[in-house]
Design a protein around this ligand. Structure first.
Ligand code: 6PG
Length: 250
C-alpha cells in the first residue's frame, strides 16, 4: 500500500514525520517490546530529528526500547560534517535518553568493505537472523536525490543488483566517494517505509519515480516496493509540484 501526503510546507513535513515516528515507536514497543528504525541521512530529516528531541515528543518515545540504525552512511569519520551519524547524533541522539548500546553506528573508521561486513553482523545479531533471513525494520526513513537515488543506491551503482548481502560498500562514481548502504531487499522488508522529500529540486525525480516507466537502474528509488509493508511519501508542496495532485476537499 502506497500513500502520498503533501504537506503545506517543510515544517509541516517535519512535524508529520516526527508524529509518524512516535506513533510507530509506541506501537512497536508495546507490541514487540522494541522499535527498530533505520534513519535516513542527508539534510532533509534533520528538522524531523530535532522535533523528536523536543521535550513534548521525546517523552512519548520509549527510548530504552528503541534501536537506531542507518539506511546508509558516507565513508567518512563519524565526526566528519558529511557523516549521517554525526547529523543524527547532534540533532537527536545526544538529546534523548537512548541507551548507547541501542545506537548501531556504521563503523566508518574501518575499511569500507569491513565496515559493511561488521554492520551486517550487527544486523544479524540484533535481529537474530537465520542464514537466509532478512531483517524487518519497524520503520525505514528514506530520502531521494534529484537523480532519484535513495539511501546510497545511486543510478548505475553496483548495489542495485545485490541479491545476497544485507549491506554493501561501493564506490559511487559521480561522487568519487565510497558509500555503505542497506541493500534493496532489506529496504523492501520493512513494515513501514517513509520517504521524506522537500524542495523543488526533487520534484522531477519524484514525478519520474512515481509516474515514469520502471527503470530502476536510472531511477533507483523505484526499487523501493515494500514486500510486506506500507510505503508513505511525505512531500512538501515544492517536492510534489509536478505531481498535480488534486487537493482533498475539506
Ligand atoms: C545520504 C542519504 C541520501 C539522501 C538523499 C537526499 O546519505 O545522502 O541517505 O539518500 O536521503 O541524498 O538528501 P538531502 O535530504 O540532503 O536532499
Amino acid at each position: 500500500m502506497t500513500d502520498i501526503q503533501v504537506c503545506p510546507n517543510q515544517q509541516d513535513l517535519f512535524e508529520k514525520s516526527a508524529a509518524e515516528f512516535v506513533r510507530l515507536a509506541r506501537t512497536a514497543a508495546s507490541a514487540n517490546g522494541r522499535f527498530t528504525v533505520a534513519l535516513s541521512g542527508g539534510s532533509t530529516p534533520k528538522g524531523a530529528y530535532e522535533i523528536l528531541a523536543r521535550s513534548d515528543l521525546q517523552r512519548r518515545i520509549p527510548w530504552p526500547r528503541v534501536h537506531l540504525f542507518w539506511g546508509d552512511e558516507r565513508c567518512v569519520p563519524s565526526h566528519h560534517p558529511e557523516s549521517n551519524y554525526r547529523m543524527a547524533e547532534k540533532s537527536l541522539i545526544s538529546l534523548v535518553p537512548i541507551p548507547l548500546e541501542n545506537v548501531h553506528r556504521i563503523a566508518t573508521e574501518r575499511e569500507p568493505n569491513e565496515a559493511a561486513a561488521a554492520y551486517e553482523r550487527t544486523l544479524r545479531k540484533v535481529f537474530n537472523l537465520s542464514e537466509n533471513e532478512l531483517p524487518r525494520f519497524d520503520l525505514i526513513l528514506l530520502g531521494i536525490g534529484s537523480d532519484a537515488h535513495t539511501a546510497s543506491l545511486f543510478p548505475g551503482s553496483a548495489g542495485l543488483n545485490e541479491k545476497k548481502r544485507l549491506v554493501i560498500a561501493h564506490k559511487v562514481d559521480k561522487l568519487e566517494a565510497w558509500r555503505i548502504t542497506l541493500t534493496p531487499a532489506v529496504l523492501n522488508q520493512a513494515a513501514r517505509t517513509v520517504f521524506l522529500v522537500s524542495g523543488t529540486d526533487k520534484a522531477q525525480a519524484v514525478r519520474e519515480v512515481m509516474k515514469g516507466t520502471y527503470e530502476p537502474k536510472r531511477l533507483p528509488a523505484q526499487l523501493i516496493r515494500p514486500a510486506k509493508g506500507s510505503l508513505l511519501w511525505l512531500l512538501d508542496q515544492e517536492a510534489a509540484s509536478l505531481l498535480h495532485i488534486r487537493k482533498k476537499k475539506n
